[in-house]
Write a protein that binds this ligand. Structure first.
Ligand SMILES: Nc1ncnc2c1ncn2[C@@H]1O[C@H](COP(=O)(O)OP(=O)(O)OP(=O)(O)O)[C@@H](O)[C@H]1O
Length: 591
């Protein structure tokens, strides 16, 4: 419990930390007052049985004062606790939002995005439940019995000692069980995450799976994941109930021992009947607190897990931003001796030096895994280079600052993200204040106007989740329209590898040509039209530049590029009549 208060404090600002301290103080006071009130039962009973009404009334007065004080502390603690819970929900979301907005884009892989969405929904609620619902009963469950034991030590030290020994045994059992159940919870979480991932994957890949006759019954991955999920959930139920049962049993055993001891002392004459009854009331209260603690500890573990995960995200270092951002002198890109590693050991890019002059087209080709996407990501500062420098207009991208860099760079990647909304909103996303003329011009150049005509409600058509009502080529055209509308001088482009129908292919090519005009373009090229139109081609292999030059030079050289060229020529059914120099790509298809 001390751990969770410490973790909460790490999430809060100074004012809310003070509020947390107040809440904890009030709840501790509540627990002490409650324990003292229970302890008062003993002298009240003793006096009543002696028929000493004056002493009994005095103790009843003390009891009444304790109840009032307890009620006041409880009300103040609850009010502050609920207030803190509401703020905590906002604070968690705001801190996650502010921090993740400053994290390198490379941090956002699929797992992290999923984790973030879970933290922002269920995780934030779990955390808010700590001051809202958990702290009060948990603190009471610890502080009240401690007070009872201390009070009992003054009244009957042997019973106090028995309770103390018993509580140590029960707490040890609770810790052990928490560790076992915690492992089960971890396995259950992992199985649930795996199960959801496999089902989503299964749903998204339906077309391919059906073509190969894979229904849900023939899909081992989904079946195994669901079976594992069921098994983990059963195991958790069994260990959870088993654990709770053992805990209740140990608490009942403690109660029995204390009752037996109290009866033994009473029969032996060392303990008066009234004191014995009073002490048994205290023991029952004590035991109830232990049971409460056991029942709440699972919710506490869940909240603690969420809190730790939020703090882990907040500990990820954002990319450093310059105090005074530099101004790029032009729109050329240069990489100087750039090395990069994702894991700190394996070099994915190795001593890359590359110059892409302003308004030039640089095509990057190379086998899968050679580092093409990583190179583009470094230019867009998804990550910082491990060594060497990436420059835009003569200024290191680290000195430009992320915002200034993003203003100057448009990115068109293969996995186009279209959000739930109208087609118009999706294109305007890159420049929400764009004029109607600018929007229509971008749409015309990217051939999005054809899509607008085809769709039932034109611009206002809602394109489904992840753009599911658009084809692959259409999605890329929307992405190109966004880039055109943004009108940034640098374009980073990952051409779609997926085969497009002839009409879409021509439309995408036209759109790309419009986008490349007058801009500095670095493109991961998959199409022959693009490579022949490039001012320079860079061939990557194993993170190194193994060849560079124009199309003619590289074909004449007869190395890796020639292999790439032959392979693509066969795939696209091309033969080369001329080697033109513009981005329009004038290789000719064989009739
Ligand atoms: N986020 C990441 N974390 C760790 N390793 C990564 C990450 N992204 C890529 N890699 C690794 O870096 C290497 C280069 O990957 P990259 O995606 O840049 O290659 P690529 O040439 O673009 O490949 P492809 O053509 O298949 O997209 C690969 O070995 C890949 O496994």
């Amino acid at each position: 419990m001390i751990t969770i208060v410490g973790l909460l404090a790490a999430l809060l600002d100074r004012a809310h930390r003070r509020q947390l301290t107040r809440v904890v103080t009030m709840f501790v006071a509540t627990g002490v007052l409650q324990g003292l009130a229970f302890a008062c039962v003993v002298p009240v009973l003793e006096a009543a049985l002696r028929q000493d009404w004056q002493t009994a009334t005095t103790w009843l007065g003390v009891l009444a004062c304790l109840f009032v004080a307890h009620h006041v502390a409880l009300t103040l603690g609850n009010l502050d606790g609920y207030g803190l819970a509401c703020d905590l929900l906002d604070i968690t979301l705001a801190r996650l939002g502010e921090h993740t907005a400053r994290l390198p884009l490379g941090w956002y892989d699929q797992d992290r995005t999923g984790q973030l969405s879970r933290l922002a929904s269920k995780g934030a609620t779990d955390i808010a439940s700590v001051p809202g619902h958990l702290l009060r009963p948990l603190i009471a469950a610890v502080v009240s019995p401690v007070t009872v034991v201390v009070a009992m030590a003054f009244l009957e030290w042997r019973l106090a000692l028995a309770l103390l020994a018993g509580v140590a045994a029960v707490l040890a059992a609770t810790r052990l069980l928490a560790a076992i159940v915690g492992r089960g919870e971890g396995a259950y979480d992992a199985a649930m995450a795996e199960g959801s991932a496999r089902v989503v994957e299964f749903a998204l890949n339906q077309p391919a799976l059906r073509v190969f006759g894979r229904t849900v019954h023939g899909n081992e991955l989904v079946e195994t994941a669901l079976k594992n999920q069921k098994r983990a959930s059963k195991r958790l139920l069994v260990t959870g109930f088993g654990g709770l049962g053992i805990q209740l049993l140990s608490v009942q055993a403690l109660l029995t021992v204390v009752i037996a001891l109290a009866v033994h002392l009473a029969l032996g004459g060392t303990l008066g009947a009234a004191t014995a009854i009073g002490l048994l009331v205290l023991t029952v209260r004590f035991v109830e607190s232990l049971i409460d603690y056991g029942e709440l500890s699972s919710a506490l573990r869940i909240a603690e897990g969420s809190l730790r995960r939020v703090l882990d995200v907040l500990r990820v270092e954002p990319l450093p931003e310059p105090v005074t951002p530099a101004e790029p002198a032009h729109t050329g890109i240069e990489l100087r001796d750039v090395c990069f590693s994702y894991d700190g050991t394996t070099r994915v890019l190795d001593e890359i030096s590359l110059l892409a002059p302003p308004r030039s087209l640089t095509a990057v080709v190379g086998p899968s895994g050679s580092g093409k996407s990583t190179l583009l990501r470094l230019v867009a500062r998804f990550h910082d280079a491990t060594s060497g420098s990436v420059m835009l207009g003569g200024a290191d991208v680290r000195d430009l600052g992320t915002e200034a860099l993003m203003r100057r760079v448009s990115i068109v990647f293969q996995d186009v993200y279209l959000f739930e909304g109208t087609l118009r909103d999706n294109v305007l996303m890159s420049r929400p204040d764009a004029s109607e003329e600018a929007l229509h011009e971008a749409a015309r150049l990217a051939r999005v106007d054809d899509i607008v005509e085809r769709l039932p409600h034109g611009w206002q058509t809602r394109i489904g989740e992840a753009g599911s009502t658009l084809s692959g080529g259409e999605k890329q055209r929307v992405s190109i329209a966004r880039a055109l509308l943004k009108d940034a001088p640098v374009v980073l482009l990952d051409e779609a590898t997926a085969a497009l129908d002839a009409e879409n292919e021509a439309a995408v090519q036209e759109a790309l040509t419009a986008l490349a005009a007058d801009r500095t373009v670095i493109v991961i090229a998959h199409r022959l039209q693009t490579v022949v139109a490039a001012d320079q081609i860079v061939v990557l292999d194993g993170g190194r530049i193994v060849e560079r030059g124009s199309h003619d030079e590289l074909v004449a050289h007869g190395g890796r590029y020639l292999d790439f060229w032959r392979e693509r020529t066969q795939a696209e059914g091309w033969h080369l009549l001329e080697t033109p120099k513009t981005a329009s790509g004038r290789g000719t298809r064989r009739a």
